[in-house]
Design a protein around this ligand. Structure first.
Ligand code: MLT
Length: 414
């Protein structure tokens, strides 16, 4: 028998969303007549935009003709997509990012983990508490998290977030090497303003840290001062990698396509002191371990940057934000404290009455037939919260929230 990676031994048995899915499936098997409305994992429900679908069909047409067939593509992504991203997501917004800073991927989640290949196992890591569990689980698998003691990993730095700091973490007093920041935030749904993010860029610049900025939800930003890209902050392109995804903005959760920006200006050093650019390392990593995202997906993604595609992104994100607004209002009506939902599809809510997150998860599932994600799955500061997503259809969102309001009204009037 071979020796297994010991780091898996301390990980929770299953990934948060797998555990949520397992409990929902168990509930359904015991209650086959129950119609469970999913508001847990952030999976989209609107279909692909017509322009995206057409571009994908055309791409399949090319692949089925020997004159236009393509095999392996560039591991970094096709130039047509890297150019469109650089122009539309950055240069047209006054940000100097070039196509060769951009690496097309099969989505944000894989890149978050894969990036761990390019920085040392010795690097210390900071995560927001609560945070998307992938940052923590990947750090554990890679051996950067230390040991689990009283529910916390001994080598991780936790950046506490709660209503008292408007879910915006403060920079640490000591030096941390790698800092995962996610804005608009998953799970709290809160966005960050330029002045607050500026403090992080300054911290990273003075401490030689690297920020991994997850902006998968940037297309949901509506507040004028809220940040969409960390490169809006001067100096960030020397200290920050940015991760983006088409999953939530253009219905790509199943299609798979996203990208990571590793500006050539970010430098690191080896233990012998010699200096190397992280862009070169990431390129080396990707060319070795990744064969690129499919041509069909990339053609579909490029269509998002046409005027019609941009219009559709705005309409789809408006629709999901509309759902989030309905959810937030309903939770406030039943007396919960609710956050997010303004610049993000996520609503983060707490009863504040001592019920823990899994208890609340069970309550909403059993009593009202909709699923939530227990906040404790995102970290200890998430205990007592649940997260709901605005990604279901309007009809289902309204149905779930009216079940909640109506049943509680009837109950209270008895
Ligand atoms: C979530 O619900 O947090 C996301 O859908 C998970 C993901 O994007 O992997």
């Amino acid at each position: 028998m071979i020796l297994a990676n010991d780091n898996f031994q301390q990980l929770p048995v299953s990934y948060l969303f797998s555990e949520v899915g397992r409990r929902i499936a168990e509930f359904k098997s015991r209650n086959p007549e129950a119609e469970v409305i999913r508001m847990d994992i952030g999976d989209v429900t609107l279909p692909l935009f017509p322009s995206v679908a057409k571009a994908m069909r055309d791409a399949i047409g090319e692949l089925t003709d020997s004159a236009t067939f393509r095999g392996y593509g560039p591991e970094q992504g096709y130039p047509f997509l890297r150019d469109a991203i650089a122009l539309n997501d950055y240069r047209n917004r006054g940000i100097d990012i070039s196509p060769d800073d951009i690496f097309v991927s099969d989505g944000a989640k894989s890149d978050i983990g894969n990036l761990g290949d390019i920085y040392s196992k010795e690097c210390t890591v900071a995560v927001m508490n609560p945070s998307y569990p992938v940052y923590v689980d990947d750090s554990v698998i890679d051996g950067r998290a230390g040991d689990l003691v009283d529910g916390k990993w001994s080598r991780l730095h936790y950046l506490g977030c709660g209503p008292e700091n408007k879910f915006l973490p403060s920079v640490p007093d000591e030096k941390v090497d790698i800092i995962f920041l996610c804005f608009p935030n998953n799970p709290t749904g809160e966005a960050i303003g330029r002045d607050d993010l500026q403090k992080w860029v300054e911290y990273a610049r003075s401490n030689g840290s690297l920020i991994v900025f997850d902006s998968a939800y940037e297309a949901f930003v509506r507040t004028p001062d809220a940040v969409r890209s960390i490169y809006e902050i001067p100096g960030a392109s020397e200290v920050a990698i940015e991760i983006r995804s088409f999953s939530k903005t253009a219905g790509f959760t199943g299609v798979r396509c996203g990208y990571t920006v590793v500006p050539k200006s970010i430098m690191a050093h080896y233990s012998d002191g010699s200096v190397v650019s992280l862009n070169a390392l990431w390129n080396r990593r990707q060319t070795t371990k990744f064969n690129g995202c499919s041509y069909v997906s990339q053609k579909g993604a490029a269509a998002i940057y046409t005027p019609g595609g941009q219009h559709d992104v705005k309409a789809a994100t408006d629709y999901y934000l509309g759902n989030a607004k309905i959810i937030k209002a309903a939770f406030e009506e039943i007396g919960f404290k609710a956050f997010g939902g303004q610049d993000s599809p996520y609503v983060w809510a707490s009863a504040g009455d001592g019920r823990d997150s899994w208890e609340l998860f069970g309550y909403f599932l059993h009593e009202f037939g909709f699923s939530t994600t227990p906040g404790s799955g995102f970290g200890s500061n998430g205990e007592g919260y649940v997260r709901m997503t605005g990604f279901n259809s309007r009809e289902n969102t309204e149905k779930a929230m009216s079940r909640l309001i109506e049943k509680l009204k009837t109950h209270n009037s008895k």
